[in-house]
Ligand binder design. Structure first.
Ligand code: HEM
Length: 440
């Protein structure tokens, strides 16, 4: 049997980028937790569903924070604006600092706020479909990733934060430069330099916007944040806004791309109710494949002792394909997440003026309550204290987008094979050329 370290090497190769799942299956043969050993960057890889869930919820397990970074590479990270911003943000903080930022953002970024945004999201989706239609008519083929998936999440998060839509052309490439650095395989000095530059520019932008909103509040998240806690410093807001925008933008793109790719490859999926369809896309092709953690002390998970103060890769994408938790885990099967009829309601569908299943079936609506009644939930948004703050927003975007896309463009099909996104940490596509055929 190949060692876990060898399997991990394969996972981080071109073959692993194309099909990580066969490497996850191989890793699982070593057990739900595999020790890597040697002098590599990772001490262990967690692939089992229960083990991933346990690690993410264990209070002794921490995100890689400033203390960790200090002990692993010295204090030089403080000279890099990107690394300083990340380490000060909720995503890379533990304990008090995390709780404080998380609480502040949770107070203003509520499910109700997501619901209020739905009409704006429908308008944004419709406008992007108008653009797709026009480009398809003029050019015959468009790149769905560039012309829709890349544009929608940033437009939505901009509307949430109160960033004017016209600033997004400037915003998006800078956010992408930060993202390039976050990939495990992308950390060259030049990539970091560009990401630092982008961080400084985006931070200055946020500082100006915060000053404007402190003086003149509007109906947006930044205004609510400063109203909720008048003592909150600009620096605390800026690093968390940077992370929030980045976390929302780079991930939801792939939920949209992965979902469309499945709808194009399997037209029969268009008759699925949209909530279980989106849930199954999240499980089957998790946009975030893994997160990193370290244990403060020695911990035992699924009978394996994990050494302290070393990076542990927590594989969400593998947990979501664990056959112990999902029957026939490598099969795309939205029916496993069919909503409980007792909680199914058409209220929100009526509120936003859209009906539908993944393919626009007018008889099927979105559920107002979480769509998963029983059984294992996908871990695509993480678990425990760092559970994704924007899960409801991401689900809403996808649940609104797919039915509208299929309804307005019923003849949409793949024009050529899509190109895989070249990052292991995010699973999705770089480009997806589509066209319309006359007869759907
Ligand atoms: C399909 C889309 C998305 C996926 C797959 C996703 C996934 C995740 C995951 C796995 C985490 C946990 C990270 C960890 O445990 O280390 C996370 C955290 C986070 N996400 Fe998302 N996310 C998505 C969309 C969004 C959106 C739309 C927003 C905001 C509008 C957002 C904001 C955040 C923030 C702020 C955190 C950090 C929370 C904390 O550290 O307490 N995400 N996300």
């Amino acid at each position: 049997m190949t060692t876990a370290a060898q399997v991990l090497q394969g996972l981080f190769s071109a073959e692993g980028l194309e099909d990580p799942y066969r490497y996850y299956t191989e890793l699982r043969r070593h057990g739900p937790v595999s020790l890597i050993g040697g002098s590599g960057p990772y001490a262990a890889v967690v692939t089992g569903y229960d083990a991933v869930n346990q690690v993410l919820r264990d209070p002794r397990v921490r995100v890689t924070d400033d203390a960790f970074t200090d002990s692993h590479g010295g204090a030089a990270w403080r000279e890099h604006p990107l690394l300083a911003a990340l380490n000060n943000s909720m995503m890379y903080s533990n304990g008090e600092r995390h709780v404080r930022a998380r609480r502040l953002f949770q107070q203003v970024f509520t499910p109700r706020r997501v619901q209020e945004l739905e009409p704006a999201m429908v308008a944004q989706i419709s406008a992007l479909i108008d653009g797709l239609e026009a480009r398809l008519a003029a050019e015959g083929e468009v790149d769905f990733m560039a012309e829709f998936a890349y544009l929608l999440p940033s437009s939505v998060v901009a509307a949430l934060l109160g960033i004017p839509a016209e600033d997004l052309v400037w915003f998006r490439p800078r956010v992408q430069r930060i993202n390039e650095f976050l990939d495990v395989t992308g950390k060259t000095a030049e990539v970091l330099r560009r990401a630092d530059e982008a961080t400084v520019e985006l931070s200055n932008y946020y500082r100006r916007l915060i000053a404007v909103r402190r003086a003149e509040p509007a109906d947006d998240l930044i205004s609510r944040l400063v109203a909720e806690d008048s003592d909150v410093s600009d620096e605390e807001l800026v690093c968390n806004l940077l992370v929030l925008f980045n976390a929302s933008f780079v991930t939801t793109i792939h939920l949209l791309g992965n979902g469309l790719s499945l709808l194009l490859a399997h037209p029969e999926l268009r008759s699925c109710p949209v909530e279980p369809f989106v849930e199954e896309v999240l499980r089957y092709e998790s946009p975030v494949q893994f997160v990193a953690r370290y244990a403060e002390d020695v911990i035992e998970v699924a009978g394996t002792t994990i050494p302290p103060k070393e990076v542990v890769l927590v594989m969400l994408g593998a947990a979501n394909r664990d056959p112990e938790s999902f029957s026939d885990a490598d099969r795309f099967e939205p029916a496993r997440f069919l909503p409980d009829p007792k909680t199914h309601t058409a209220e929100r569908r009526a509120a936003v003026g859209v009906a539908r299943g993944a393919g626009g079936d007018a008889d099927r609506g979105r559920a107002a309550s979480p769509p998963i009644p029983t059984g294992a939930r996908p871990l695509s948004f993480g678990a425990g204290p760092h559970f994704c703050l924007g899960a409801a927003l991401a689900r809403a975007e996808a649940q609104l987008a797919f039915p509208l896309l299929m309804e307005r463009l019923p003849g949409l099909r793949a024009a050529r094979a899509p190109v895989r996104y070249p990052q292991q940490f995010l699973r999705g596509y770089e480009s997806m050329p589509v066209e319309v055929c006359d007869a759907p």
